[in-house]
Ligand binder design. Structure first.
Ligand code: NAI
Ligand code: HPV
Length: 584
């Protein structure tokens, strides 16, 4: 007689709350083995189907390769910086996390640091333990009636806002991608520039993800715009605030204080900038305690353990960091379009709504599946990849990874509305049979806000795009996605790599000017396409009659990231009206 199938085995090498582990024990064998060295872990991992970690275990490619039976790695928390995601994806191992479970804990810790910095709690506690009875030196400020400036109004930022509102604070935020109805529900005034946010702050609290565009977003120049009494709180990620610049501002007296939970190196090493900040008398510091509450640890444990059970039972997880957006049986027909939709969404956000523009991102869109794609009955993967593309330039996969299971929920949370339609008309161009068009629409929920944004656009035409012109069309040929329309321009390029998109007056010499500036910045051009204007909005037609020049769109694929300073220097240069850098 064949032996019964053994129960799948789960290895837990870190302290993870029992509430989740009990869920596993019903159907799986759970081994809790803390204190293993990397070699010991590697020598036993081959016997396990699942691995559950927090931030201490280094889940390297070598460990994953040794896990011959491994199907899932679960991170009981948000950040997956300790997991080699590329290796896991290559080996077909799903990595799950818990992007919701510790939001409240992180927000409450922010409030703890807010009050601690306002009332000198850290220094007072240290002094009294050392036998000092200092009172006049430790007079604080009240937070009631003060302005809390929130950078990043996502899950944690909103929770902080609601609590700080209860303390009687005035709430303002800067987040071009925030959900406006959630903001107004929490009495948060959305500002249209980061400068306003900095200037108004009595306290500045940071809740963005740590991504390329937010690294060092608060540096010396930003700090110099703040009141000298202002205090800064960072419970997001080390490095969003430039540590050297903050240290200099505290030492020079141009910033009043700081409450910091997260650092560029954790734990900090003696002598580095994080170390010096921690030692500074105007800083209240904690060792990355944002998620360290009993309740948050229960939440993240239950969340990831239930996902481990689902995955081992062959179902799709709720929040997989590297889950496929598409089921294997649909792969061949839909995958190229899934890639196309993701690229179109990402191109939209980076080109039409980069973080540097002064108005919030449009959240209403219409997507039309054209030609043979109109007969696809399952557009869920296409919808999911469009949402993924729209939000991926502004989120880290840690805090929000999108797949077919959670795409609708994420869209709802973000206030993104997409109406899908199909057009069976044959597509015009030769060489392909299906295309997709994405159009921004007036947000029906806040027409005045959107019209205001449009007005801003038309006043500063050189910089921004009218809503009606925010259109992208793409198609797939030989399994390769292409973009055939960008804004008012017919074009044809492959959406991949680093692209510099310049709108300019259509006169000779432009290519030389841009090429020369890039060359001096050490950036090589690998591909170039120039598209003259084709689609005209109504007032564009009028401008043409009034003798305004023709415009063209120049798209250059370059071999490395173009610095913000170089991008800005291109604008105005011999008729270049606008330049955006897009990484696809
Ligand atoms: N200290 C700790 O233990 C913990 C820290 N965190 C950190 O908190 C942070 C926030 O997490 P969530 O709220 O869950 O993320 P989220 O993704 O829900 O929200 C982030 C918000 O930042 C906005 N944003 C992105 N780029 C921006 C920019 N350039 N300017 C202004 N806003 C921008 C996004 O639009 C979004 O609304 C993350 O960095 C996360 O890693 C989260 C949990 C625990
Ligand atoms: O969940 C996260 O990303 C956090 O920042 C908390 O990390 P931790 O589980 O406390 O090491």
């Amino acid at each position: 007689m064949a032996p019964p199938n053994p129960r799948p085995k789960v290895l837990v090498p870190e302290k993870v709350s029992q509430d989740g582990l009990q869920i596993l024990q019903a159907s799986l064998d759970v081994d809790e083995k803390t204190g293993l060295s990397a070699d010991e872990l590697r020598s036993i991992i081959g016997g396990y189907e699942a691995l559950i970690v927090r931030s201490e275990t280094k889940v390297t490619a070598a460990l994953l390769e040794a896990g011959k039976k491994l199907r899932v790695v679960a991170r009981a928390g948000v950040g997956v910086d300790n997991v080699d995601l590329d290796a896991a994806t290559r080996l077909g191992i799903i990595v799950v996390n818990s992007p919701q479970g510790n939001i409240n804990a992180a927000a409450e810790h922010t409030i703890a640091l807010l009050m601690a910095t306002a009332r000198n709690v850290g220094n007072a506690s240290l002094g009294i333990k050392n036998g000092k009875w200092e009172r006049s030196k430790l007079v604080g400020v009240e937070v009631k009636g003060k302005t809390l400036s929130i950078l990043g109004l996502g899950k944690v930022g909103l929770t902080v806002a609601r609590a700080a509102g209860g303390l009687g604070m005035n709430l303002v935020a800067y987040d071009p991608y925030a959900n406006p109805s959630l903001a107004s529900g929490a009495n948060v005034e959305m500002l249209s520039s980061m400068d306003e946010l900095l200037e108004q702050a009595d306290f500045l609290t940071i809740h963005t993800p740590m991504i390329a565009s937010t690294k060092g977003i608060i540096g010396a120049s930003e700090l110099s715009k703040m009141k000298p009494t202002a205090r800064i709180l960072n419970v997001a990620r080390g490095g969003i605030v430039d540590e050297e610049a903050l240290l200099a501002a505290l030492e020079g007296g141009s910033i009043g204080g700081a409450g910091i939970d997260v650092f560029t190196t954790e734990p900090p090493k003696e002598g580095d900038s994080a170390w010096k900040l921690i030692q500074h008398p105007k800083v209240t510091a904690t060792p990355h305690l944002g998620a360290s509450t009993v309740e948050a640890q229960e939440n993240v444990s239950v969340d990831v353990c239930s996902q481990v059970v689902s995955i081992l039972a062959g179902q799709l997880p709720r929040s997989a960091v590297n889950a496929p957006i598409i089921l294997p049986e649909e792969y061949r027909t839909l995958q190229p379009f899934v890639t196309l939709l993701e690229k179109m969404g990402s191109l939209y956000t980076q080109h039409f709504s980069p973080a540097s523009t002064a108005h919030r991102m449009t959240t209403s869109f219409e997507v039309t599946y054209e030609g043979s794609l109109a007969s696809t009955s399952n557009t869920k993967p296409l919808f999911a990849s469009l949402i993924k593309g729209l939000v991926s330039p502004i989120t880290s996969p840690d805090t929000m990874n999108i797949n077919i299971v959670n795409a609708e929920l994420v869209a709802k949370e973000r206030g993104i509305r997409i109406s899908e339609s199909k057009s069976r008309d044959p597509v015009e161009q030769e060489g392909y049979s299906a295309s997709v068009t994405l159009r921004a629409r007036l947000d029906p929920r806040s027409p005045s806000a959107s019209r205001k944004a449009d007005l801003i656009d038309s006043r500063s035409k050189a910089r921004t795009h009218k809503l009606a012109d925010q259109v992208i069309t793409g198609y797939v040929s030989n399994n390769q996605p292409f973009i055939s329309r960008l804004g008012r321009f017919h074009t044809n390029f492959v959406p991949s790599g680093t692209l510099l998109v310049c709108r300019n007056n259509d006169q000779p010499g432009k290519i030389g000017v841009v090429g020369g500036l890039l060359g001096r910045a050490g950036v090589n051009i690998n591909f170039m396409s120039v598209a003259p204007i084709e689609h005209r909005s109504e007032d564009e037609g009028e401008s043409q009659q009034n003798g305004m020049e023709h415009e063209a769109l120049m798209i250059l694929r370059v071999d490395k990231k173009v610095d913000e300073a170089v991008r800005k220097s291109l604008i105005g240069e011999e008729g270049v009206l606008e330049a955006s850098v897009v990484v696809l």
